[in-house]
Design a protein around this ligand. Structure first.
Ligand code: APR
Ligand code: PHB
Length: 404
């Protein structure tokens, strides 16, 4: 049992901490690590095992500000050694490739290509090394008194029930977690947009087709060529929501991907067995406010984006940046202004990421029921981007990450 005090009653083991964090994904772990380094005691409750969390294949493009935060968390060594710095990416417009010069349009900024799975593994390792309190298989997590001065969490492990008493609760439990749902309906406003397609993704132990990512717009639909390393490729194709993974053999996938790439790129595509294959629907979602009493939402618990702009994980990181600084000001400097401003500050940046993700998604995908007028606008949007330094600068500054 970790951190159980002698104040336990007969029914429940009681743990006292400053910050109770629900969710051991990247958001919860990064905050836990940053707070611990400042001496702010915290406990993470994760409902799954570590292996389960690390089996999820997610995105892999980190803003430079996020990479800095990982270094500040003393967790950047492997990211710096094994991650790739990308100073640009390619857009394929119906067979013609155009390079987006991220560094050139942002005064030298770039992104780090490093898989979320590896980043999460690094966070688990460093939490373990520091003796962090990360409790796995914490079931039936419930929030109590979020809107009072004595908030608490309860959870079950096997037959035992535990109570975590804390000053603040952080809901970092992803889109399907309990924290957002525990905020009263008349307090929470939810905004949602569902796209009429999904992405079929394949991970394969093959050499990436291109040194930089390729975002590909074709009449057959969108495709993305991404990578995790020089021996691990990640590819996606846009598919209708009616399709399921079973409809797609590896051969079918490779054939369709090839058909959505320029001929010379398709010719050098290395194929192999998929080691992961899944379909993700494309959806945008924001919940406001991101604070209710002493409960703070962070990451996917509060907002999700379609993956086209590579903002999902990065938006989570900016929440953690604001929360971390708010907590440090509160505990170390006796200044509550950062926490007071958290929801407004986080949402201002979240909505910019929502706009950028919507814009990238709308510009690059094939929309089944599009009017001729909308198709013409979509074509000119991309043509304008590719011909305008100002538009390219706007794309680049959003892709490398707006300032926190
Ligand atoms: N109790 C405890 N843990 C929970 C509960 C619960 N009721 N519900 C969910 N969790 C855990 C999940 O098992 C998961 O490990 O919370 C964690 C949430 O992690 P993520 O879903 O990865 O969310 P987050 O940490 O905010 O990560 C940011 O950005 O767009 C994305 O792909 C990106 O997942 C990434 C996210
Ligand atoms: C990925 O590598 O999984 C990835 C990269 C860029 C995106 C989306 C996903 O925009």
């Amino acid at each position: 049992m970790i951190g159980v005090t002698d104040r336990e009653d007969t029914m429940t083991n009681t743990i006292r901490t400053k910050v109770g964090i629900i969710g051991g994904g990247p958001s919860g772990l990064l905050l836990s690590q940053l707070l611990d380094l400042k001496g702010i005691d915290n406990v993470v409750l994760e409902k799954h095992t570590r292996d389960y969390v690390l089996s999820r294949i997610r995105a892999g493009v980190l803003e430079h500000g996020f990479a800095e935060l990982m270094r500040e968390a003393q967790c950047g060594d492997r990211m710096d050694a094994e991650g790739e710095i990308h100073e640009g990416f390619e857009i394929n417009d119906h067979g013609t490739m155009h390079r987006v010069d991220l560094a050139g349009h942002t005064g030298g900024n770039s992104v780090v290509v490093y898989g979320q799975t590896e980043l999460t593994r690094d966070l688990y390792d460093v939490r373990e090394k520091m003796g962090g309190k990360v409790i796995h298989e914490a079931l039936d997590v419930a929030i109590h008194g979020a809107n009072t001065d004595s908030p608490a969490l309860t959870y079950r492990q096997g037959d035992e029930t535990f109570r975590v008493e804390c000053d603040f609760i952080i809901g970092a439990d992803g889109f399907h977690g309990v924290s957002r749902k525990s905020i009263p309906r008349d307090v929470l406003n939810e905004f949602e947009k569902i796209y009429p397609f999904g992405w079929l993704g394949v991970l394969s132990r093959t050499k990436p087709v291109n040194p930089e990512l390729i975002y590909s717009k074709t009449d057959r639909g969108f495709a993305l060529c991404s990578l995790r390393s020089q021996t691990l490729s990640r590819y996606y194709i846009q598919v209708p929501l009616t399709e399921s993974v079973e409809d797609w053999s590896d051969d079918d996938f490779w054939a369709e991907l090839r058909a959505r790439l320029p001929d010379d790129v398709a010719a050098r595509l290395e194929t192999g067995p998929s080691i992961e294959k899944s379909i993700a629907p494309l959806r945008s979602f924001v919940a406001e406010p991101m604070r209710w009493g002493n409960l703070f939402l962070a990451g996917d618990a509060a907002h999700i984006v379609p993956p086209t702009g590579a903002r999902g994980l990065n938006s989570a990181a900016s929440d953690i940046y604001y929360l971390y600084h708010g907590m440090v000001d509160h505990y170390l400097n006796g200044d509550g202004a950062g926490l007071e401003a958290y929801s407004a500050k986080a949402l201002a940046r979240v909505w910019k990421a929502q706009r950028f993700s919507w814009w990238m998604t709308t510009m690059l995908h094939h929309f089944p029921d599009q009017s001729d007028y909308d198709r013409k606008l979509q074509e000119i949007e991309l043509a304008y981007l590719l011909s305008s330094e100002a538009a390219m600068t706007s794309l680049a500054e959003n892709y490398v990450g707006l300032p926190f």
